[in-house]
Ligand binder design. Structure first.
Ligand code: XIL
Length: 367
């Protein structure tokens, strides 16, 4: 937005400061969501390496409490970094984001205890695990890692991506040794170690109401419940595509299915990838995609919040993992906003004003 625009009248110019401070978390909270958050990584690491000159401006946006009320470490709490060698624990990277959350008053989601990817090679590469050994390894890992951050995590992604594309169990090293028992074990141990944290199952591709993977996620949750194991939430990662994204109705329908089984749901890793190079049309599709998620989460009571998987395009995992795709975040490299930012803010704002109007109407009817 050009604050100096000569075509703006006095009245419009007076509105500008209000618009400039209209921010994501501020309006998300007003709709009843707990947060609108952004995941972040450790300075100098992975996608962030080489962008040191951008850190000051980046931090200004990330730390702004009206913009983002929650954060998640994109990497630092993963097995590869927390237990790189058997029984050797390292919390430096995870602490960077945990401390940032503490210092800036943000809710912290912790990610992820048991996952087949970014797993330490000593777990992954060994092929002759006994069941007893694998149980011990999972128990020790969670006892130490969840124990270390006990009391700091609003929620833990206890098990991440345990499903294959067809909704069946992924044949990870954990599954190959223990079958679905590893999932129960992970949830049981986390519940014991940090009873106050919300226990989540987290996965991608489980946002659409009729997909086989959504059915798989529901089966997994039901399996835990049948076994008397506590699970509190389902995390929909929501790594979406601008040109083919779910509608708010799709999201609502899916969330209501999960909410028959668990207390809460969240969008945990939202980003919306675009085919390079992004243009006006694809950025509009992307805006709509972000808007549909915001609308749905604001409407569904059990949807606690939305986390974007970093907000700044250069720090996004998308271009590295999906060649030919990019611009998946909310801020361009030059720190201008994608159209999606104002799209989401205006949508949330509209919902707040709408519900106020509704409340007013009810009062008048009652009176
Ligand atoms: C990604 C990180 O953002 C990257 O920096 C890393 O190189 C690979 O992992 N699903 C998840 C996240 O649960 O942990 C992944 O994060 C993205 C997909």
């Amino acid at each position: 937005m050009r604050l100096t625009s000569p075509v703006l009248g006095v009245a419009a110019a007076a509105l500008l400061p209000m618009l400039a401070t209209a921010q994501l978390d501020y309006w998300a909270k007003k709709t009843g969501m707990m947060y609108y958050g952004a995941a972040t990584d450790t300075p100098g690491q992975r996608e962030r390496a080489g962008y040191e000159a951008q850190y000051a401006k980046y931090d200004e946006i990330l730390k702004d409490p009206k913009q983002f009320g929650q954060t998640t470490p994109t990497n630092g709490m993963k097995w590869l970094f927390t237990e790189p060698e058997p029984g050797v624990f390292n919390y430096t990277e995870g602490d960077f984001v945990a401390n940032l959350a503490k210092d800036t008053g943000k809710i912290l989601r912790c990610h992820a205890l048991v996952w087949h990817s970014q797993l330490a090679p000593w777990v992954e590469a060994r092929t002759n695990w006994t069941k007893a050994e694998m149980r011990e390894v999972i128990t020790r890992h969670i006892t130490n890692v969840a124990g270390y951050w006990k009391g700091q995590c609003y929620a833990w992604d206890v098990v991440n991506e345990a499903l294959d594309e067809d909704g069946s169990y992924r044949k990870s090293v954990f599954y190959n040794v223990l079958g679905e028992e590893y999932i129960k074990l992970a949830f049981e141990v986390t519940a014991r170690v940090d009873p106050g944290t919300k226990l989540y199952y987290n996965d991608y591709g489980i946002e659409r109401p009729a997909s086989v993977k959504t059915a798989g996620a529901k089966r997994l949750v039901q399996m835990l419940k049948d076994a008397g194991v506590r699970i509190d939430g389902v995390g929909m990662q929501a790594h979406l595509h601008a040109d083919n994204h779910p509608t708010a109705e799709d999201h609502e329908n899916t969330m209501r299915q999960y909410l028959e089984l668990v207390e809460e749901v969240a969008f945990t890793e939202l980003d919306v990838r675009i085919t390079d190079p992004a243009n006006e049309t694809s950025l509009e599709w992307q805006k709509d995609s972000y808007v549909q998620v915001a609308k749905a989460c604001a409407k569904v009571k059990g949807c606690v919040g939305i986390t974007v998987w970093d907000f700044y395009d250069p720090f996004s995992w998308v271009p590295y993992t999906f060649p030919g795709k990019g611009a998946a975040g909310l801020w361009f490299e030059d720190f201008t906003e994608h159209p999606a930012v104002q799209g989401v803010v205006q949508t949330l704002k509209g919902l707040v004003c709408g519900s106020r109007k509704k409340r007013g109407l009810r009062k008048r009817v009652e009176a």
